[in-house]
Design a protein around this ligand. Structure first.
Ligand SMILES: [Zn+2]
Length: 241
């Protein structure tokens, strides 16, 4: 049995530190004007549009991530959190604020390993990544954002069409488990990190990752799938009808 490289949550969070800082500080320091220009910045108006419409009309959504957020008391208006967007870098400007109600970002099946079947590309991309879970958990833990908060991951097909949402809701029970450092929950989070680090490039590893994410339900993360009308959810996976 090949032993994978073990990554501790502490190391993982350290690496995430840079992302967290970029989000917390908004415009990150150290970018030259020329660098700034090489990114697409605020190209799209989200006003009055539904999430599906924003996602499917956003430029190059099939190949580049987008990120949106909703604040409490704004009648469901979605805001564009994109700050920088290029082929290999995406930076978001979601304000970690007490008013934050939900965050949404896209995962593109085009970025899955090309040797996977289409079904497995969808399975690979539909769930939140360890970074997604831990960034939010870290913000909650530091009190930068307030529970309950919902994270939506929108899976995007090869042509830029929405396949469906996977939504994770972090509430009171989850934070209690986190604050007492529930060792069982810690083990599951560590396994999630390690499974991802070893590469989600075979059906077996992808299935393992799904199983681990489902286990987070035990600790108070509510996970829901909402497919679009061409798809259905079977055993937790999006499948074409
Ligand atoms: Zn993600």
């Amino acid at each position: 049995m090949a032993a994978g490289r073990r990554v501790s949550r502490r190391d993982f969070l350290k690496r995430l530190g840079t992302i967290g800082t970029a989000i917390a500080l908004g415009k990150s320091a150290g970018n030259t004007a020329a660098q700034e220009k090489s990114f697409v910045v605020k190209v799209f108006s989200t006003k009055g549009r539904t999430a599906k419409s924003i996602i499917e009309h956003y430029p190059e959504v099939e190949n580049k991530e987008i990120s949106l957020y909703k604040l409490k008391g704004t009648r469901g208006e979605l805001r564009d959190a994109m700050f920088k967007r290029s082929a290999n870098e995406t930076k978001t400007l979601t304000p970690p604020s007490e008013k934050l109600k939900s965050v949404l970002h896209t995962h593109m099946i085009n970025s899955a390993n090309s040797s996977l079947t289409r079904d497995y590309k969808i399975k690979r991309m539909m769930l939140p990544s360890p970074e997604d879970f831990l960034t939010l958990i870290n913000f909650l833990k530091k009190g930068l954002i307030k529970k309950p908060i919902v994270m939506h991951v929108a899976t995007i097909d090869e042509k830029g069409k929405l396949i469906g949402y996977v939504s994770a809701r972090f509430g009171e029970k989850f934070l209690r488990n986190y604050s007492i450092e529930n060792p069982r929950m810690g083990e599951v989070l560590d396994e999630i990190i390690n499974t991802n680090e070893n590469g989600l490039n075979t059906p077996q590893r992808i299935n393992k990752y799904h199983g681990l994410v489902q286990r987070l339900r035990e600790f108070g993360i509510i996970i829901k799938t909402t497919p679009t009308k061409e798809y259905t959810t079977k055993r937790g996976y999006f499948e074409r009808k």
